[in-house]
Each structure stands twice: as structure tokens, then as C-alpha cells.
Ligand binder design. Structure first.
Ligand code: GDG
Length: 490
């Protein structure tokens, strides 16, 4: 089983004296002003959750956009800051972007074109020439930063996600000997869907600059190969390899995960126990059964669908009114985009409607915590829950599901999980719920509440073993091992 220690060893053996550089849009630590003092926050993102433990274990550099208002105050002359702040293990190098660049590259092309294009959630992608031009320019900025960081050192660049699709090719133009891998954290659509993108070939060319391209599941790899097959390239379906203009790229699934041991240990801590008591008191919980939804507020996460199903459940099961509370927690995200504003309004309306329709006296069926919550509070919420609902309309993996499982050392709690997540392929002991099928979802909530303790224990026990054996360290070790085999370092 891969652990933090075995990963460290793997990296030392395989990377030797090569520098490991991770590149992503989002930084793992954000410095912001709070009055006159500077605070450091960890953003709510699956990518950070997954990669921070890897860099803590291996050391190296992480290059990312410095987005906090106090970020410039905390870096040195080379735009670097050592992180985590309380126990530095690696170096964070910040890239600065203007508001206009952020608007076109991040809010524009990445999140209004690529994000809806890759997720089947019936939100139409927006393709604007000016967004695309900015996206391309910002990828160049990242390529310059990466080249400056690496210089003439031997290095392994590990690029993250859909914000940086052009980066691998741009890096190879600057530093042909750098080994590059990229992990695409979201689904890859079928060619029918992808072909509407006006810059489809440029994006494929960018990605095919990689020596290795990883997705969560084989299905997304297949979709990618099928998409590449629509342009001039040789696709080898047996070896999962693509050759384009004489360059070879391997394409493989690597299901991402969480730091199981760390989550398990934190969940058992006294701090979390104290926080559970505080929350019970603050939220006015007596002995109600608690359901939990915990997400970045995104239209792919199926939050309105989940609230509708909970409403249907209360409607069809009056005996549970007053006895079950659903806590929906999560931070708003990408609020500059209209579709996200509409989602926030829709969730507000649904919460209000359910609380008006089914609430009585002090009891309200839905508690909505729309704020940044500390890791201790998030952990306490997971532990308070009898069931957690992960109802994504489409999701590359979904770490919330794995975090719930890893935190339940008591082998209790039921996971309701959408089959449209990557996680559903591994967590086969969850109750699978189609978020679009409201009645079925409502029945599954009842089933979760009424599931006997012995069955809850059996299912959770099995899911815990799956997450324990396939932790984030296995994901990282598998990628690095694959790369080392693929292209001998010398
Ligand atoms: C992308 C892909 C893939 C959530 N709310 C709060 C909060 N969180 C944390 C969760 C979890 C992370 O954010 C979300 O991770 P997910 O995997 O569920 O989703 P995405 O952010 O969409 O991530 C996804 C992932 O990349 C990794 O490859 O699994 O499919 O879409 O860790 O606990 N954290 C805080 N406050 C919150 O309110 N602090």
C-alpha cells in the first residue's frame, strides 16, 4: 500500500536529482488581508486537497496564480513563499495576472467554455475570441514562469487541469528536454460534444505536448482518444498512445484520491469532538438525524436536485418531519459568472421554500451554511451526518465522497452517490442515486435513514478499505512510476 513514506522513497529513487514542479491555476495557500493582519487560507478545491499532501511529502516547487490581496506582501524577490506557513515543506512561486487577464482566461475561456463543454450538465459553453486570446496569452505567461523556474536543471513538470491546456506544448518549445505530465481533473467529453469548440485542434495540440496525459477513469481516456482520432494523428488503442507530428503521448487513467490516514486521524481528534458539540448547540440540533451536502457551489454538483429530492422525501414521509435535518454547506464559487449567480439564487429560493413549507416552530428542515468553513468544522459536519448526499450531474472524481468515507472511523453513515461521478466506479457500496430522478432519490434518502446499523457498518467498512488502499499517495506514485518507465531519465 502506498503511503506518504513510500511515496517519498519512490520519488527519491525515480526522480533522482530532478526538480519536481507542479503548475496549476489555483494556488494551494492564499494570503488575504483581514483588517491590518494577513491571514492564510486553503481554497476549497479538489485539486489542492489532492496535491498539497504530495508536495509536502516530496518537496519541490508549485507555480500558481497569486490571487490573494496580500499575496504580493508575502513573497520574496523571486515571487516565492515557503508553505505550509506553519511548517514549510515546499516553495510556492506566484504568477501575477491583471484583472483583464483573469477575466478572459479564468472566468472566460476556462470556466465559460471548457468547464461546461467537458461536463454534461446542459449549460451551454460560451466561445469568445477575446477569451481565447487571453487564455493563450496567460498560458504563455505560465510557460515563461516555468522555464525561468527550471532553467537548465533536469526537471519533471506536472501540469494541472483545464486552465493550462496549451502549456505542455509551450513548455516543450522552450525546454525540449523537460518531461511533462498533465492531469485533467474534469471529464473529457465524446468527440460529438468536443467538436463544437472553435479552437479544438489548438487545444489538442497543446495537450499532446505532454509525455503523459492522465484522466480519472478509462472512459475519459477513451473519449480523448476518439477525439484525437478526428484530427490527423495516429491513435494506438491497444497501447493507449497517440502520435502526432512525430511526438508520442501516453494516455492513462489514474483515479485521484485523498490522504486517508490524515483524514482518519483528524476525524478522531478531540478538537473535532469539541466542534461537534459546539455545532449541535449552535445549530440547535437535538437528536435529529442529520443529512449532509458539502460542495463548492457549482451547477455540476446537483445541489438544487438534492434539495428537491429532500423536499419530495419530506412530502412523502410526513412522519420524518421534525426528525431529520439536512445541512447544506459550501462556499460560493466563480460568482462573477451569471450561471453561478443564478445557481445561488435558485438554492436560496429552494431552501426558503422547503423551510416555509415543512418547517414548524423552531424546527427547520434545511440548514444552509453558505460560508467558508474551517477544516475542523467540515470534519465535524461529516461526523455528525447519518447520510451524505453527493449528487453531481457530472464529476471527474468527487473527493467529497471519499472524504466522507475516510472520516467515518466509526464505520457508520450512508453515502448517497451519483453514478455520474468517477468515485462511483470505486465506491460500489454507496447507494447510487440518479440526481435527475427525484422520486427515486427521495426513496433512497428514506432507505439511507432506515438502513440497519449492521448494514451501514458493512458497507462503510468496505468503502473505507477501498479508499485506504487507493489513497492520494498511490495516485502520485503511480503517475511518477509510469513516467519514469515511459521515458528513461537519461
Ligand atoms: C475538481 C473536479 C475532482 C468543499 N466545500 C468546502 C470545501 N470543500 C472541499 C471539499 C473537497 C474539495 O473542496 C472539492 O473537491 P471535489 O473533488 O469534490 O470537486 P472540485 O473542486 O470540483 O474538483 C473533481 C477534483 O478536481 C480532483 O481531481 O475530484 O471531479 O471537478 O476537498 O472538502 N472546503 C472548504 N470549505 C468549503 O465550504 N474549506
Amino acid at each position: 500500500m502506498a503511503t506518504k513514506e513510500t511515496l517519498q522513497q519512490t520519488v527519491r529513487e525515480l526522480l533522482g536529482d530532478r526538480l519536481l514542479v507542479v503548475v496549476s491555476n489555483r494556488e494551494p495557500y492564499i494570503h488575504t488581508f483581514s483588517g491590518d493582519t494577513i491571514e492564510c487560507q486553503v481554497p476549497p478545491s479538489g485539486l489542492t486537497t489532492a496535491l498539497d499532501p504530495v508536495l509536502r511529502a516530496c518537496g519541490g516547487t508549485w507555480i500558481a496564480h497569486g490571487s490573494g490581496d496580500a499575496d504580493r506582501q508575502t513573497v520574496d524577490g523571486q515571487d516565492r513563499v515557503a508553505v505550509p506557513p506553519d511548517q514549510p515543506r515546499y516553495s510556492l512561486r506566484r504568477v501575477w495576472l491583471s484583472k483583464e487577464q483573469e477575466e478572459g482566461y479564468y472566468y472566460g475561456f476556462a470556466n465559460q467554455a471548457l468547464w461546461p463543454l467537458c461536463h454534461i450538465s446542459y449549460v451551454r459553453p460560451v466561445f469568445e475570441e477575446r477569451h481565447w486570446e487571453t487564455y493563450r496569452a496567460v498560458n504563455e505567461i505560465f510557460a515563461d514562469a516555468l522555464a525561468a523556474e527550471i532553467g537548465d536543471q533536469k526537471a519533471f513538470a506536472f501540469i494541472q487541469d483545464y486552465h493550462l491546456a496549451l502549456l505542455p506544448q509551450l513548455v516543450k518549445q522552450r525546454l525540449p528536454n523537460v518531461v511533462t505530465a498533465q492531469f485533467w481533473h474534469i471529464p473529457w467529453p465524446n468527440p460529438e460534444v468536443f467538436r463544437i469548440c472553435p479552437w479544438k485542434e489548438d487545444i489538442l495540440d497543446g495537450l499532446l505536448g505532454n509525455d503523459l496525459l492522465g484522466f480519472h477513469v478509462r472512459y475519459h481516456c477513451n473519449n480523448f482518444l476518439e477525439t484525437v482520432n478526428t484530427i490527423e494523428a495516429k491513435v494506438d488503442y491497444d497501447r493507449y498512445e497517440v502520435t502526432r507530428r512525430g511526438r508520442k503521448s501516453a494516455v492513462r487513467p489514474f483515479p485521484i484520491s485523498v490522504d486517508y490516514d490524515e483524514i482518519d486521524a483528524t476525524a478522531r481528534s478531540q478538537d473535532v469532538k469539541t466542534e461537534m458539540e459546539r455545532l449541535r448547540h449552535e445549530l440547535g440540533l437535538d437528536d435529529e438525524i442529520v443529512g449532509l451536502g458539502l460542495d463548492r457551489l457549482d451547477y455540476t454538483k446537483g445541489i438544487p436536485e438534492r434539495l428537491l429530492a429532500f423536499g419530495r422525501f419530506l412530502n412523502q414521509n410526513p412522519k420524518y418531519r421534525g426528525k431529520v435535518v439536512f445541512i447544506q454547506a459550501g462556499v460560493p464559487s466563480r460568482t462573477h459568472i451569471g450561471e453561478y449567480k443564478r445557481l445561488n439564487d435558485q438554492i436560496d429560493d429552494l431552501v426558503e421554500e422547503l423551510n416555509w413549507r415543512y418547517g414548524s416552530g423552531r424546527w427547520k428542515p434545511v440548514i444552509y451554511l453558505r460560508q467558508h468553513l474551517s477544516p475542523t468544522t467540515l470534519m465535524a459536519l461529516r461526523r455528525l451526518a447519518r447520510f451524505a448526499a453527493v449528487s453531481s450531474l457530472h464529476d471527474g472524481m468527487n473527493l467529497v465522497a471519499k472524504e466522507f468515507v475516510a472520516s467515518r472511523f466509526d464505520e457508520d453513515g450512508v453515502l448517497l452517490l451519483s453514478p455520474f461521478t468517477g468515485a462511483a466506479r470505486e465506491l460500489t457500496d454507496a447507494l447510487l442515486v440518479n440526481p435527475y430522478a427525484t422520486d427515486h432519490f427521495a426513496q433512497a434518502i428514506r432507505f439511507a435513514i432506515e438502513m440497519p446499523r449492521a448494514e451501514r457498518r458493512r458497507r462503510m467498512g468496505r468503502m473505507r478499505r477501498v479508499v485506504q488502499e487507493n489513497s492520494i499517495y498511490k495516485w502520485a506514485a503511480d503517475i511518477i512510476t509510469f513516467l519514469a518507465r515511459l521515458s528513461p531519465w537519461e
